[in-house]
Each structure stands twice: as C-alpha cells, then as structure tokens.
Design a protein around this ligand. Structure first.
Ligand code: PLP
Length: 451
C-alpha cells in the first residue's frame, strides 16, 4: 500500500461511522466515554447541539472560557477574515500588527502598572512562562539565588512540569511525583467547611492562613524565594474563595521580602468576577497576571503573562542586538489568536459584559444557595459568576457523586462541571436569569435523584 492510500480519507469523511479508538481524550475516563460518547456538533450563544440533536444549556462557558457565549458573529468573522489575510507569522524576529494591538488592549484593562504582555498558546504554557520570567527577573537584578517557588494546596496551574509542581491537586501530581521541579513549597489551602460552610462571597474566617507564607519564607530564608503563585479564586478545586483580607496579606508579605506575586487568572480573568481581573475586584495588584481562556472567548488557543514595568525593564538590558529572554512558542501571538482576542475584547466592551456579570452575580448567588439543605450538599461557595457545590463523598468511590450528578444533568440537557467532590458552575456572562433558573432546577433534580 502506498502512503497516499494510507490516508484513507474517503472512509474518514463525515457522515461515516466514527472509529473511537485512535483518539485519547484528556482528563476523561476514556473507556466509559467511548462506551457512551457525548458528541457536540455545533453551538450558539448559551447552547450546544449534540450529534443526537439535543440542545444542551452550557452552565460552564465551555470550560470557563466562552464568556461571551458560543459562535459569536463578530469573533467568528474576525477569525475568518484574518485566516484569509495572514494565516501565520513567526513571532521570532517578526511580528504583525494584531499582536501589538492585542497586547495593548489587554494592558488597557489590566490593573494599572501591569503593562507588558508575553503571549503563549495556553494557560499551562503561560504558568510555566511566568515561573521562568520570575527566575530571569531575579538573575537580571543580580539576585539569581532566588530560585524557590511557593504555590498552594489544591491549586490548579495547568499541566506543564512547572504548573503541576506549584499546583496542589494530588491526582495531577501523583504519577509525576519523581519529576516535579525542585524548590517548591505549598501554602495551606483556604477551604474550611467547619467554619465557613455556605459563605456568600468571601468567607470571614481564615485570613491568618496567609501568615503561613511568612513562615515558609523564613524557613528557607527570604533571599532564596523567587515567587509566590496563587489563583485569586481556586477554580478547579471547586471554587475556593479567599478569606476576606487574605490576598492583601499575601501581597504585603511578598512586598516585604521582594518576592514576586503571581496571580493565575486563567479562570478569573475577563469578567468572571465582575471586573476584567479578580486583582481589580479584590484590589490587590500582583507583579504578574497569567491569563488564557476568556481572552479569545475560547475560540483560538491563547494564553499569556502580563508583567509590570519593573520586570519588563529588568530584561531590557545588555547589548540591543541580544535576545533578552530565551523563551517563546511557535504560536506566541498567532495571528488567528490575536484577531480573536481583539474581536473578543470588543464584544466584552460593546456589550458591557463585565458589568453584566457583576449585576447578575447577586441573582446567581441566591439561586445557587437555594441548593442548601439538599441531600449530601455540604458546602456552597460563590463569587461573581462562579460557584462550587460540594457533596459528601461516597466511601471508597471518590468523585463519584459529583460525576453522577454531572451525567444526570447532561441527560436533562444541562452541562455542569464535575470537579472532585464538587460541581462547578460558571455560565457565560451573557446568561439571563431564565438560564440560571434552568441550571438550578436541573441540578436540584439531579442532586435529589443522585446516588
Ligand atoms: N491555570 C488555571 C487557574 C486553570 O484553571 C487552567 C485551566 O483550567 C490552567 C492554568 C491551564 O490552562 P490550559 O488548560 O489552557 O493549559
């Protein structure tokens, strides 16, 4: 058989039966999925359409990314016209107008002082880039012995080796335990069901957990610490909202010891909390913000790191012909991604979606807390348009209850996100009250009829 025949494209044409075997799905029980697949064919605004013709209400904005709703015309058109004009340009020694425009638009809505953007193709790459920037910064400041990082238990920072090392989700680290990057400690997580269960917004108790940062820093000597990385609100762990005053305390401790504070806003960025970034909502300015997801409304993979001038300028020294940072990706600032980002940011502005998210958040809060008292619900946490509903685990079957509820909701045409013992909700920011009602009613039914 020659190579041309091996392509076998006619057999693979759409409409023919799908062979499920070659594809290995990420973060999915593959065998179970392939026995009973959920295939999406198209999407519009708040809804998906499956291959069996069902309309599914999207309660999680794709995967915390489709903030403006699906297949939005201005974004689709911008990507289409970009691909016809310029499909690709390397970002090494070359660039294109769209990349500069996207960087400027992002810095315009970022906290003041954060005014330079390094583009990547995903959140994981952005996290690893931020860690490298921190190391490079300290070297540039003749402080290169600062090499240690401090993350937090239950944190999700993507799946690169840097991200899983500073991350704190045990199953994501377990298989790779021998190969994590050295010199990493973890702050305690801030979940405290005994004291804070069913808090609305920021829990009142737990600010003192931030003081553990100082203990860890002093254990290693501050002169060895490069950076601290946290999600302002831990998303994948089931939406853990920081105790009131906690992030400010982290900022003070980092500043005291000249340690860089990195906020991973891959989920909380672009309106999820009612502001462009959670940093603004909590009025705490980090030295770097990691972003991805909502920047392109999920249409084209893109991530990045926003840094302050002190960091950027620290790299801009040495002879002007020399590369300042030996790091970057084939797809950094990809023309389709930046076209998507520019169009997405315009939709966010034109439709006041960050304000809208803020306005809808109190209705959302009341709605999600109406689930209190249902079977096995042990906690509900919320902030902006994100919430986590936590269940009593089933003995010997971790995560099963939330997964069962996810499957039941899908049967009833609503997509929610199972995350450990939690169900997370993060609807697109265009959601209306009626959508929230459908999601909550479906969840009520699913919780009541779950195992
Ligand atoms: N950081 C956070 C806080 C995330 O929630 C995620 C993904 O959900 C990532 C990083 C990784 O992003 P990606 O999946 O684009 O690599």
């Amino acid at each position: 058989m020659n190579v041309r025949d091996k392509f076998n494209l006619e057999k693979l044409a759409s409409g023919k039966e799908i062979n499920m075997d070659p594809l290995w799905l990420p973060f999915t029980p593959n065998r179970q999925f392939k026995a009973s697949p959920r295939l999406i064919e198209n999407a519009k605004d708040m809804y998906y359409k499956t291959s069996t013709g069902k309309s599914i209400l999207d309660g999680i904005a794709g995967l915390w990314c489709v903030n403006a709703g699906h297949c939005r015309k201005p974004i689709v058109k911008a990507i289409q016209s970009q691909v016809e004009k310029l499909d690709y340009a390397t970002a090494f020694n070359m660039s294109h107008e769209g990349a500069f425009r996207a960087a400027e638009s992002i810095t315009n809505i970022a906290p003041s002082g954060l005014n330079h953007v390094f583009f990547t193709s995903s959140g994981s790459e952005a996290v690893d880039s931020a860690l490298k920037i921190a190391l490079g910064y300290h070297r540039a400041k003749n402080d290169g012995q600062r090499h240690r990082f401090i993350g937090r238990q239950k944190a999700y920072h993507g799946v690169g080796f840097g991200g899983i090392s500073v991350g704190g989700i045990v199953p994501n680290r377990k298989m790779f335990s021998s190969s994590l990057i050295p010199g990493v400690d973890h702050l305690p997580h801030t979940l405290n069901i005994e004291k804070n269960a069913f808090s609305k917004g920021e829990p009142n108790s737990g600010v003192e957990l931030a003081d553990e940062l100082e203990n860890i820093i002093l254990l290693h000597d501050p002169s060895n610490i490069a950076g601290v990385i946290v999600e302002p609100i831990s998303g994948s762990a089931g939406v853990l909202v920081p105790p009131r005053g906690y992030l400010k305390r982290l900022r003070e401790i980092c500043s005291k010891y000249k340690i860089l504070l990195i906020f991973d806003e891959v989920i909380t960025g672009f309106g999820r909390t009612g502001e462009a970034f959670a940093a603004q909502k909590f009025q705490v300015t980090p030295d770097m913000i990691v972003f991805a997801k909502g920047v392109t409304n999920g249409t084209v993979p893109m991530g990045g790191v926003i840094v302050n001038s002190d960091i950027y300028n620290a790299f801009m020294h040495g002879p002007d012909w020399a590369i300042e940072f030996y790091h970057g990706y084939t797809y950094s600032g990809h023309p389709l991604a930046t076209a998507a980002a520019n169009a997405t940011l315009k939709v966010y502005r034109d439709e006041n979606l960050f304000e809208r998210s803020n306005e809808l958040s109190s209705y959302f809060e009341d709605a999600v807390h109406s689930l209190k008292g249902l079977r096995n619900v042990v906690d509900i946490r919320n902030y902006g348009l994100m919430c986590g509903i936590q269940f009593l685990p089933i003995a010997e079957k971790p995560s099963q209850r939330a997964y069962d509820i996810f499957e039941k909701c899908f049967e009833k045409n609503v997509l929610v996100r199972p995350a450990g013992e939690n169900i997370a909700l993060t609807p697109p920011l265009i959601a209306e009250k009626k959508h929230i009602d459908i999601i909550i009613d479906t969840l009520k039914w699913a919780i009541n009829s779950s195992i």
